[in-house]
Design a protein around this ligand. Structure first.
Ligand SMILES: [Zn+2]
Length: 362
């Protein structure tokens, strides 16, 4: 039921090159300095120029590859605008540079734009107390806390260049005309707050960003900036919403390869997160701290950075269970949360999958 994805293109484009994946739509890749080593970007032919969708992290190496693309892959036509799906640095990193390079405007949703500008303004050293308290409450031990504190929090600007002052707002439910094609704007939430996707019915193509990825699972985390949020609820609702797009759609994602099998993938991701929540409910028959539950979700040993991401994911699942009245939370005298299943008698004990991959930021 879940493995029915089809990847029509075997080999990704080489650095500085593109592959035409549909009439007037080119796929390119940029390197990332993470375990996940690439991001997919797309060029949409407007007739007299190009629209860029997502931009890569801001560094000289990526910008040099962009120059190769400009020299060899644009058929002598200019870039006319830049669309960004969401505010993560691998997507928005070069947006400002590209807009200035070509004298064009940035298009994205309002929340993503201002979230990015907010993070760009944060040049704080180390961790503020309220941010550190978030990890203390999760039950992270002192040694890991010290490492987290040392790493600091305000490092978004190291991968994101200066953004344009202004932008053009993309709104869910509206359309955007690019060349002679009309694209529906569909936003999702959970991985980032107002993630933009674009669907063209004539081509039956979805530009899905990180909202729908075929192989890896997008990070859905509670963050210290919004410590009581319930992103998993919105993530699952978004998956149901995206089923309004035809199952036949050719999906152009930001990572892995373009694929067919949209509805199968959405169904699998819903199953995956529900199964993780079932596993947490089982594990919390006796009260547990969030840090004690990471082994329920992840097979492998996690370093301090991965533990930060994993704890955010763990909170995301726990908060969704709290919202469903399946789990309750108490704060102990040491300032740590404990989570306990509400109705242990109702639990149907069974095997759960653990994730074999480390949590990743994108
Ligand atoms: Zn992302």
């Amino acid at each position: 039921m879940f493995a029915d994805l089809r990847y029509p293109i075997e080999t990704p484009p080489a650095p500085g090159k593109t592959i035409e994946v549909a009439p007037g739509i080119k796929w390119l890749q940029m390197p990332l300095p993470f375990a996940l080593n690439h991001i997919n970007l797309y060029l949409l032919d407007e007739g007299d120029g190009w629209t860029i969708v997502d931009t890569g992290i801001c560094d000289e190496g990526v910008q040099k590859i962009w120059e190769d693309i400009f020299a060899g892959e644009l058929d002598g036509k200019p870039v006319k605008r830049v669309i960004v799906t969401h505010m993560h640095p691998d997507h928005i990193g070069n947006a400002g540079w590209l807009c200035r390079r070509w004298g064009v405007e940035l298009y994205t949703s309002r929340t993503e734009f201002y979230y990015a500008r907010g993070l760009m303004a944060d040049r704080s050293e180390g961790f503020q107390d309220d941010a550190l308290r978030f990890y203390v409450r999760g039950g992270i031990d002192q040694k890991i806390l010290d490492e987290i504190r040392q790493r600091g929090f305000g490092n978004y600007h190291t991968m994101t260049g200066t953004l344009p002052l202004g932008y053009r707002r993309l709104i869910d439910g509206e359309t955007m005309t690019i060349g002679d094609r009309v694209w529906q704007i569909i936003t999702g939430s959970g991985h980032s707050p107002e993630h933009v996707c674009l669907y063209n019915a004539d081509l039956d193509i979805l530009l899905s960003g990180d909202q729908v990825l075929p192989r890896i699972t997008s990070n859905v985390s509670v963050h210290p900036m919004e410590p009581e949020e319930n992103p998993m609820k919105y993530w699952l609702e978004s998956h149901e919403k995206f089923k309004s797009i035809p199952a036949t759609a050719f999906v152009l994602p930001s990572h892995n390869r373009p694929f067919y099998g949209l509805h199968d993938r959405l169904d699998y991701l819903i199953y995956h997160h529900e199964d993780r929540m079932d596993a947490l409910e089982e594990a919390c028959v006796e009260p547990k701290m969030a840090a004690e539950l990471l082994g329920v979700l992840f097979k492998r040993e996690l370093d301090s950075f991965q533990m930060m991401l994993a704890l955010g994911e763990c909170f995301a699942h726990l908060h969704c269970l709290m919202d469903r009245n399946k789990i309750v939370r108490t704060l102990d005298d040491n300032g740590m949360y404990r989570f306990q299943t509400v109705d242990a008698a109702k639990i149907d004990h069974h095997e759960h999958d653990k994730r074999d991959d480390a949590p990743i930021m994108v």
